[in-house]
Design a binder for this molecule. Structure first.
Ligand code: SF4
Length: 410
């Protein structure tokens, strides 16, 4: 059985390092233009060079997203951008627009091309068309069923395929959506989506303009365009057996907590399946781990046909059971940890330390010190975001491990 690549989002250098730490085989990242996530931190040319160096040293591939649909007036800027980055050893560019493909062919003819989901490849003839244009890999539209994926992979064996397994879903067809553009003037197809499909909406009767009827699914209203998040963890055997070459996780805008937690689950699930396909089962603790993250309920999307209303989440948007509170920056001699605090913590908090391979240990926080920028460590009973603390733990921890705490409700 082939080993599919686990492909993770890297919205900035910190997320990229976390993705590598938690077992990604490859990462995808955006530059400061043409990458469809204009609100992510993204990478300058110098940062891309450092990112590639880091990934390739660790045996991880790195792909650059250039998947927006530029207009004529943006083409000179695109060509200049391609020339600026031509020397960088990206393993592939992820593209969608034939015009961008044409420009890449001119500036970097040897560059491997992966076709973005924005190109909406939904059938095997489209796949064959793109393969004939020299595309090496195709990210299949999320609207494809498992049967369609299998048939496409079988009929076009000359090209690699990629399927999304986890992350946000658009309510529109493969993200070809005008809601953001209409309501806010920010065009999703230029990387500026403001996510209005997650907003709360009211009802207006045609002849009574200005009279808004609240539609209450819960105390927060109703979310009629709000798709649940894709989660195909339970279907890893079917996806891997379909022959796709890469399993992709969505989320360049999400935080390091999301990248780490999703990857540690999928890394373990895929590895266990490859080691023992017949004995594989989806462990409840994996789903529990995913539910600890902020999400909008889960759906298997179109994998088994139309999701209809089970793919929708009409109630308040986000659910999560845990708060991310810090990241281990360094493990010093003698086992002292240097931790960057991301959410306020205090003595008495029950903190879980998580690492790759589903490693997890808990500790009630007691003695720790805050570390001012200059001067000696000061014993403390609480610490705030952006502070660093020093503490000792009685178990093994690595730099890059994360700290989290059960969410306090009420
Ligand atoms: S508004 Fe929603 S459906 Fe439309 S592109 Fe943005 S995220 Fe996708």
């Amino acid at each position: 059985m082939h080993r599919p690549e686990l492909l993770a989002p890297a919205g900035n250098m910190e997320k990229l390092k976390i993705a590598v730490h938690y077992g990604a085989d490859a990462v995808y990242l955006g530059g400061q233009a043409f990458g469809l996530r204009n609100k992510a931190d993204n990478f300058s040319v110098e940062e891309m060079a450092a990112a590639l160096d880091f990934c390739h040293t660790k045996g991880v591939k790195a792909y650059l997203t250039i998947n927006s649909y530029p207009r004529n007036e943006s083409l000179p800027e695109l060509e200049e951008y391609l020339a600026q980055i031509a020397h960088l050893p990206f393993d592939a560019y992820i593209v969608a627009d034939p015009g961008v493909i044409d420009a890449v062919r001119q500036v970097s003819p040897e560059r491997e091309l992966h076709l973005s989901t924005q190109a909406n490849t939904i059938n095997w003839r489209s796949a064959r068309f793109w393969q004939q244009q020299g595309v090496r890999r195709i990210n299949l539209a999320r609207e494809m069923s498992l049967d369609n994926i299998r048939e496409t992979v079988t009929k076009v064996p000359e090209v690699e395929f990629e399927a999304f397994v986890h992350g946000a879903l658009c309510i529109s067809y493969s993200g070809r959506c005008l809601i953001s553009s209409m309501l806010t003037g920010r065009d999703a197809n230029q990387g500026e989506c403001t996510h209005p499909c997650r907003w709360s909406y009211h009802l207006v009767e045609e002849s009574r303009p200005g009279e808004y009827f609240p539609v209450m699914e819960d105390e927060n209203g109703t979310f009629i365009f709000n798709s649940r998040d894709l989660c195909l963890l339970e279907h890893i055997p079917a996806i891997v057996a379909s022959g796709v070459h890469a399993l992709k996780i969505e989320g360049r805008m999400k935080g390091i907590n999301y990248v780490a937690s999703v990857l540690r689950v999928y890394r373990r699930a895929v590895d266990e399946y490859l080691a023992d396909p017949a004995g594989w089962r989806c462990r409840p603790e994996w789903m529990e781990e995913l539910a600890k993250l902020s999400h909008r309920g889960f759906t298997s999307g179109f994998l088994f046909g139309q999701p209809h209303n089970v793919g929708q989440e009409y109630r308040s948007a986000y659910i999560r059971s845990h708060d991310f509170v810090g990241v281990v920056d360094e493990v010093r001699d003698g086992g002292t940890l240097l931790v960057s605090v991301r959410n306020r913590i205090k003595a008495g908090d029950l903190i879980e330390f998580i690492g790759p391979g589903m490693r997890s240990d808990t500790l009630t926080l007691q003695h720790f010190s805050t570390l001012p920028e200059h001067g000696a460590a000061v014993p403390a009973v609480c610490a705030n975001p952006n502070q660093q603390i020093l503490l000792k733990v009685p178990f093994a921890v690595e730099a890059g491990d994360l700290l989290r705490r059960e969410k306090v409700t009420g």
